[in-house]
Ligand binder design. Structure first.
Ligand SMILES: Nc1nc(=O)c2c([nH]1)NC[C@@H]1CN(c3ccc(C(=O)N[C@@H](CCC(=O)O)C(=O)O)cc3)C=[N+]21
Ligand SMILES: [Mg+2]
Length: 281
């Protein structure tokens, strides 16, 4: 029986800590503002964006919402970002991904000022993480570090296997685990012997994007398993990349979906907004 790593509870803790910080900042006359931009109305994006706005309201951060039509041009979006970069009243800028196909995602990410890059997606933010300088860290990997630390799971010296090498999750995750002195292996779609490598992990972080792909046969007895995936199964129920029912009996600790990594992503976004405002001086 694995210990359940409760992301909902831990994210609530973090939001309560931030709420106190924000009221202290307010008492000094400082109001924090996050600009949230959604282009089009993909239903999953609307859920996530809605959760972000709710978290802002709870903590006391102002959210300035931009709900732009699907047909918005790249130039229009870039022009809004430019205005927000120059607006001293705005501390963080978030463009919900994915953007429609006619808009170049990379151009959008590059346009956001690194000072306001609360997603941590800008090349300067990623570079800073890589060389150990201060900068914003991508929210999902940062949230996973908090999950581990606040669940008192040791990282130092452990073998951490990350499955997935995306710029927003896999790569920054590996860098963060390295910073915490883990021994890190990154696996991906071309990895040979995936199962054998996963079986050696003390901490297995799964971000492959395939529903319930990782079952008990990939997991060492007592390992910690972190599930980054989020999908809907045949019964329209949320599930992750990990087959929870299969893995839970062998793992030492495991995150559920929902209520695991997802809420932590939002808590860390809030954390980055507060940091952006604090760093301003
Ligand atoms: N610029 C940008 N920044 C992001 O951080 C970003 C993004 N684009 N695009 C999409 C991904 C995905 N993401 C999630 C946020 C919250 C939950 C979340 O709250 N999950 C809940 C369940 C939500 C539900 O009911 O569907 C949970 O796991 O318990 C999930 C996924 C942020 N992302
Ligand atoms: Mg994020």
């Amino acid at each position: 029986m694995a210990k359940l790593i409760n992301g909902k509870e831990i994210s609530q803790q973090i939001k309560d800590e931030l709420k106190e910080k924000v009221s202290a900042l307010k008492a000094q006359g400082k109001n924090i503002c996050l600009a949230v931009i959604q282009v089009g109305n993909d239903p999953a994006s609307s859920v996530y964006v809605g959760n972000k706005k709710k978290a802002c309201a709870y903590i006391g951060i102002e959210s300035r919402a931009f709900e732009l039509p699907e047909e918005t041009t790249e130039e229009e979006l870039l022009s809004i970002i430019k205005d927000l970069n120059e607006d001293d009243g705005v501390h963080g800028i978030l463009v919900q991904l994915p953007v429609p196909k006619h808009i170049n995602e990379e151009k959008i990410i590059n346009a956001i000022s690194p000072k306001k890059d609360v997603d941590g997606f800008h090349p300067e933010s990623v570079g800073s993480l890589c060389i150990g300088r201060p900068g914003f860290v991508s929210c999902t990997p940062a949230g996973i570090i908090q999950l581990l630390k606040r669940s008192e799971i040791d990282i130092e010296g452990k073998h951490c296997v990350v499955i997935g090498r995306s710029n927003i999750v896999g790569k920054p995750m590996a860098l963060l685990m390295l910073r915490e002195n883990a021994t890190v292996t990154i696996c991906h779609s071309r990895t040979k012997n995936l199962k054998e490598i996963c079986k050696e992990a003390d901490i297995l972080i799964v971000a492959i994007g395939k529903p319930k792909m990782i079952d008990a046969s990939y997991v060492k007895d007592g390992a910690t398993v972190i599930d980054v995936g989020i999908h809907r199964d045949a019964n329209n129920k949320l599930c992750g990349d990990v087959d929870f029912a299969s893995v839970e009996p062998v793992a030492g600790a495991i995150t559920p979906v929902p209520g695991g990594v997802g809420p932590m992503t939002i808590a860390m976004l809030m954390n980055n907004c507060v940091e952006a405002a604090e760093r301003e001086e």
